[in-house]
Write a protein that binds this ligand. Structure first.
Ligand code: FE
Length: 292
């Protein structure tokens, strides 16, 4: 019985390693699509993960001119660079290096996301998180999080954990909650930096979907020490504890988890609903100017 329990509640191993594909979106912004492309179409409740990063303005200067969203959430984490967002309801803000925007599009917004720099490095992630059927037509909501509001926890061995969403609990049992609140899928979003030789361990609810994406260096994941290198997304199997080590090199990764919805997903570009009829309605509402 104890063995069975351990087997069910053990370390999360790597279920699948995924490499993103180079593509472009918006007005020619070059990016790597890790979730939402051919390699990994969907990872319930996560619909898309893009990594962007370039020193060359030509790769990002076109930005993302005015476009709609309905039925899900977009999460932008800027590692470096400045991006201004504006929407059709008069909301506006500037995303600076280290900031996060968690936007719940709900029933619909039309916005633009444009670089506010003409040179220098632009680097970060955009994640799309699905909304449950009951919340798809909720009122739009923004959580614009300035960098100084994101706690940085010293997690032992020189490891640093930036807690964007969810709660990080250290080895002594002290808990630090991230600033993003009241999200339907109860997400965890940590940015973890490990110096060479450091280890990272954290519990997650066993039934939550979880992945990590390595964006610097390389790590070993789980008791089987599967190697994930820069640009690898590791989908984590069920279990209650994530264990990561960086024996070969310093590393940095995002660890993201959330409650799967288990509901039908019908995607059409920037609209993600549960049925075809709802997609037809979304297209009609948008083209008729009802996204106001
Ligand atoms: Fe957008």
């Amino acid at each position: 019985m104890e063995n069975l329990e351990q087997a069910m509640k053990g370390t999360r191993e790597v279920a699948q390693l995924v490499r993103g594909q180079a593509t472009s979106d918006g007005d020619g912004v070059k990016l790597t699509r890790v979730i939402g492309g051919r390699a990994l179409a969907d990872l319930d409740p996560f619909l898309l993960l893009d990594e962007f990063g370039s020193e060359s303005a030509a790769d990002y200067i076109g930005g993302f001119p005015s476009h709609p969203h309905r039925g899900f959430e977009t999460v932008t984490y800027m590692l470096e660079g400045r991006m201004r967002h504006r929407d059709n309801q008069g909301n506006e803000g500037l995303l600076v290096s280290g900031s996060v925007q968690w936007m719940t599009a709900g029933r619909g917004i039309i916005h633009s996301e444009m670089p506010e720099q003409e040179a220098g490095r632009m680097r970060g992630f955009q994640l799309w998180v699905n909304l449950p059927a009951k919340d798809k037509m909720t009122a739009p909501r923004y959580q614009d999080i300035a960098p100084e509001r994101i706690p940085v926890v010293h997690a032992g061995d020189g490891a640093l954990v930036r807690v964007i969403a969810g709660a990080f609990t250290d080895r002594a049992g002290a808990s630090t909650r991230g600033p993003v609140s009241a999200i339907a899928t109860d997400p965890v979003y940590f940015d973890v930096s490990l110096p060479q030789g450091a280890r990272f361990e954290h519990d997650l609810p066993a039934d939550h979907t979880a992945f990590l994406y390595v964006f610097e260096g390389q790590v070993q994941v789980g008791d089987r020490a599967a190697v994930a290198v820069r640009g690898d997304l590791a989908v984590l199997a069920s279990g209650d504890a994530v264990r990561v080590a960086a024996p070969a090199a310093a590393a940095r990764f995002i660890l993201v988890a959330g409650r799967p919805l288990g509901e039908p997903v019908v995607k059409y570009g920037p609209f993600v609903m549960n049925t075809r009829a709802q997609i037809v309605q979304a297209v009609d509402d948008y083209s008729s100017g009802r996204f106001t």
